[in-house]
Design a binder for this molecule. Structure first.
Ligand code: ADP
Length: 253
């Protein structure tokens, strides 16, 4: 039996008179990849940033690995890794220098080369962030979430804007985080990605969770209602054609 690592109960967030998160409750299990899906404005970032201790909630309770967000926010910060947008990084520092800077902030000692190795960026150790491709930047930003060896990793649209090869490469990296025993919470607008990566997803709309289960279960439930695709799918997709023609190897190195 896996254990609950994040428990959100009756979470509400209001911005003035507007309720962005409307009394939602959900659990995330230890070691799973949990997807938070939904259209823009659904309340995903607000929810995640509250759990990440970066935003104040209006009401509700949140327990992260046994720690109450209201009482122990600093202890929660120590066990989570939050992916920041790479545009916020100092563009003129080398990757190794940035890792030293971040590990100083976390009060940790890390082997920068080993960390870069884990995201396949050893060769770029002396490059600056501005010299990296989109896929490399995303991998680097994931590396920075690992500095404090977190139990829980939050990834916000980690593959947006990447080409199909780089996207697959990131999927392997994210699956690797789960293999190492971490719990991963991810937002994405790519449903194929959620289907492949996520053990469970919660679908949010207008501040509410409107469905939550494994992708398989959600699809089976929809099919059980008699739903059919308007056109029968072929055995391959255009993306399969693209990968078949251009190969699987990464192009961003
Ligand atoms: P998502 O991440 O699903 O796109 P958000 O959590 O960013 O959604 O936003 C949910 C809703 O709350 C949106 O309508 C957004 O405009 C609103 N919102 C987000 N942040 C603020 C804020 N700081 N002040 C006022 N409204 C906000």
């Amino acid at each position: 039996m896996s254990k609950v690592i994040i428990s959100v109960n009756n979470l509400v967030k209001s911005y003035g008179s507007f309720e962005a998160v409307k009394n939602i409750s959900f659990d995330v299990m230890e070691g799973e990849i949990f997807g938070l899906l939904g259209p823009n404005g659904a309340g995903k970032s607000t929810t995640l940033e509250i759990i990440e201790t970066l935003r104040e909630k209006t009401s509700g309770t949140i327990i992260v690995d046994g720690l109450d967000l209201d009482k122990n926010p600093n202890d929660i910060k120590k066990i989570i890794g939050v992916q920041l947008q790479t545009s916020g990084y100092y563009p003129n520092l080398k990757l190794t220098e940035l890792i030293q800077l971040f590990s100083g902030l976390y009060n940790r000692t890390v082997d920068a080369m080993e960390l870069l190795d884990s995201v396949n960026l050893r060769d770029k150790a002396n490059s600056k962030v501005k010299e990296l491709s989109g896929g490399q930047r995303q991998r680097f930003s994931i590396a920075t979430t690992l500095i404090n060896n977190p139990k829980i990793i939050f990834l916000d649209e980690p593959t947006t804007g990447l080409d199909p090869q780089a996207r697959r490469n990131l999927w392997d990296l994210i699956k690797g985080l789960r293999q190492r025993g971490a719990t991963v919470i991810i937002t994405t607008h790519y449903m194929d990605e959620a289907e492949i990566l996520c053990d469970r997803v919660a679908i949010m709309d207008s501040g509410k969770i409107i469905s939550m289960a494994s992708p398989d279960k959600l699809i089976d439930d929809l099919v059980a209602t008699g739903f059919e695709r308007p056109k029968q799918l072929k055995n391959a997709s255009l993306e399969d054609v693209f990968i078949h023609l251009t190969g699987k190897e990464w192009r961003d190195d």
